[in-house]
Structure formats: C-alpha cells, structure tokens
Write a protein that binds this ligand. Sequence first.
Ligand code: ADP
Ligand code: MG
Length: 257
Amino acid sequence: MSSALEATVYQRLREHLSYLELTAAAEHLGAELDRAQREKASATQILERLLDIEVQATRARRLRGRLRFARYPVHKTLADFDFDFQPSLDRAVMSELSTLRFVEEKRNVLLLGPPGVGKTHLATALGIAATEAGYRTYFVSAADLVANLQSAHLEGTANYKMRTYTGPSVLVIDELGYLPLDQTSANWIFQIVSRRYERGSIVLTSNRGFADWGQVFADQVVAGAIVDRLLHNATVLNVRGHSYRTRHYVDAQGKGR
Ligand code: ADP
Ligand code: MG
C-alpha cells in the first residue's frame, strides 16, 4: 500500500472509531499501530489491544457513573478498615460478606452498635464493593429517606421517588434510630423494607438494638413488621467496643483501647 493510501485508511479508521464513540480506542490508535509495527504484532493482536483499551475505559466510566449515582458521602473501603481496632467484629462474617454473595442472595446486612465504632464505614465499604463489582447501589440516611419520600408524596411523585430506593441491588440506609420516627415516617420505612423484601439487599446501620425499635417507631405494629422483614434472611453484626473517633483521647488517658 502506498503511504498516501495508508494515511487515508488510517484517517478513515480513526473517524470510524470516533463515530462509534470508541473514544479511547481512537485516541490510542496511532500509538498502538506504531507499537504493532515495532513488535510485528498480528492483526488479531492489534484488534484485541485496541478493544481492550476501549473496554477498560468504558468499565471505568460506568463505575464512576454508578458511584456518582449512589451518593456515598465519603469513599471508604474494607481495606481502609482496621479490624484489629474492633476485635468484637467477626472477621469470618465480614470476609463472607465481602464475597458479595449477600447481594446475589438478596440478604440484608444489619450493623448495630454505639456511635463511632465503624458502622457507616463498613456499610459504605460493602456498598462500594458491590458498586465496583457492577451492581447498582444507593446510600441514604434514614432521615433523608423519610424526608424525601414525604416531600415527593406531597408533590404527587412518591411512586417515582420510590424507584430510587427500590431499583438498586443494594440500598444502604444509614442511622436508623438516631431520631424517633413518627407514624408517617415509620410507614415510609415499612414501604421500602417490604418492597425490597427478597428482591434486593438492604445494608442498614443503627445505634439501637432491636429491643429498642419499639421506641424508635411510634407504631409498635409497624416496628414489628419492619424488624420481621429486615431480619428474615439477614446477617446481623453487633459492633461493640470503643469509638474510633475518640481513640486518641482514650489513648492519651492511658487507658489504652
Ligand atoms: P459509626 O457509623 O459507627 O458511628 P463511623 O463508621 O462513622 O462510625 O466511624 C467514624 C470514623 O472512624 C469514620 O471516619 C471511620 O472511617 C473511622 N473508623 C471507625 N472504625 C474504624 C476502623 N476500625 N478502622 C479504620 N477507620 C475506622
Ligand atoms: Mg454512622
């Protein structure tokens, strides 16, 4: 092939890639062809490399999109978590959860314990791990969940808003029980829990044990119904121990952990 013809073919190829929105492949085309020439790569190898570049770029873009959608307030991972600091936490259970089989099996994960022990960190880390594995996830505090559904209800868009919370494979509900919930709020929580029941996982954090949930929810019957559905097919992690936030203070007092 003459070099003029070669240049035209190259140009067309780049245009095809751009038209098909294979942007990463288009960007790397020149460098990859140069490299192929140097390494005497076959046509199959060139194609494979170019498509691999595009696949990786697409995968990374989709992950960024899912993470943006999910609205995690901070990026926390299981690798960031110091398990030595929290010996009450069952590592075998955490490691089983990190396989994400709970998502496949639509099991719930309930993280219970006092403030500062890492409940939100672990809930976020499980949610982010699922997001990285390709699942759609969503993070919301119990208070925001209730407030958003109630205001959507007043605007007549509750059913639409509900999809935000029922659609994702994992819904992280943070801080249930910090504030008491009135009848209306309890009903919204019930709606979400029952609609997701056996359809999708809930990862929930609470500073209250189940025995106290009657006080969290104004309505005992609704509280019972919520606990019933949440607990069926759930992994419960009771996190005890000291607050990670005040660990330096405790250390400074010479009491150790
Ligand atoms: P909780 O939700 O139980 O109140 P958080 O998950 O918000 O606690 O933890 C408080 C802070 O301490 C967060 O910044 C969290 O990342 C950090 N943290 C808590 N426990 C650990 C731990 N064992 N290892 C590393 N960081 C931790
Ligand atoms: Mg928390």
